[in-house]
Design a protein around this ligand. Structure first.
Ligand code: HEC
Ligand code: HEC
Length: 161
């Protein structure tokens, strides 16, 4: 604070210009709610629960979740998702077992149990809500692109040298 401003404040004069006031810390990802305050979470929607597995847009896409997950416990004591999706549980649950990539640690070593970096499933897998997209999306998957290309379903012939 400058000396002049300090003296101004001490004299009880509101001399400080607007921009000199400390701005409340705001994180763009959480909207205009200041960081020390709690946000008001939006009302929960009606999650898709039709149990129909969705086509992936590309090979490495984490598949979206076709069932409700609200209230599922995932913490250090218990992982509700693995209660059905762990390989050992799938006979009973008939869920899709997590793939081998979930058992590989960051150094590429396959582990006997799900890697800690794959423990919090909803970092990557998300349930769906039956809503209109807020932002238009013109993404086309590779199958559509190949179908619409002049060479049709066949791969393009290699260029002659
Ligand atoms: C009660 C058993 C059960 C629990 C608990 C469960 N799931 Fe599922 N999940 C299933 C079944 C069964 C399917 C197959 C489709 C269906 O029936 O909904 C499935 C499908 C999925 C799929 C789609 C897989 C694909 O290849 O398309 C994902 C992703 C998934 N679940 C993630 C999760 C996550 C994340 C959690 C925890 C938040 C979870 N599931 C909890 C039983 C379960
Ligand atoms: C870091 C991101 C990430 C996390 C965390 C994660 N997954 Fe996945 N998951 C993926 C990706 C990417 C795929 C698709 C490619 C693959 O199999 O690796 C996938 C595939 C799957 C599949 C389909 C497997 C198949 O063979 O079709 C299921 C089921 C699944 N995940 C469940 C889970 C569950 C349950 C958890 C939590 C224990 C979890 N995932 C955590 C990224 C993740």
């Amino acid at each position: 604070m400058t000396g002049a401003l300090c003296m101004g404040l001490m004299a009880g004069i509101a001399a400080a210009p607007q921009q000199a006031r400390p701005q409340p810390l705001v994180d763009a990802a959480r909207g205009p709610t200041a960081i020390p305050d709690s946000t008001k979470p939006p009302v929960m929607g009606n999650q898709v629960n039709d149990d129909l597995r969705r086509t992936r847009n590309y090979a490495q896409q984490p598949p979206v979740i076709p069932h409700r997950v609200d209230g599922y416990q995932i913490d250090k004591n218990f992982n509700k998702c693995l209660d059905c999706h762990a390989r050992a549980k799938t006979t009973v649950s008939q869920a899709v077992p997590v793939s081998i990539t979930h058992y590989i640690d960051r150094d590429g070593h396959p582990l006997g149990q799900v890697s800690t970096r794959r423990y919090f499933c909803m970092q990557c897998h998300v349930p769906q809500d039956p809503v209109q997209p807020i932002v238009p999306n013109t993404f086309q998957d590779i199958d559509t692109v190949i179908q619409q290309s002049p060479t049709g379903n066949r791969p393009a012939a290699p260029a002659r040298k």
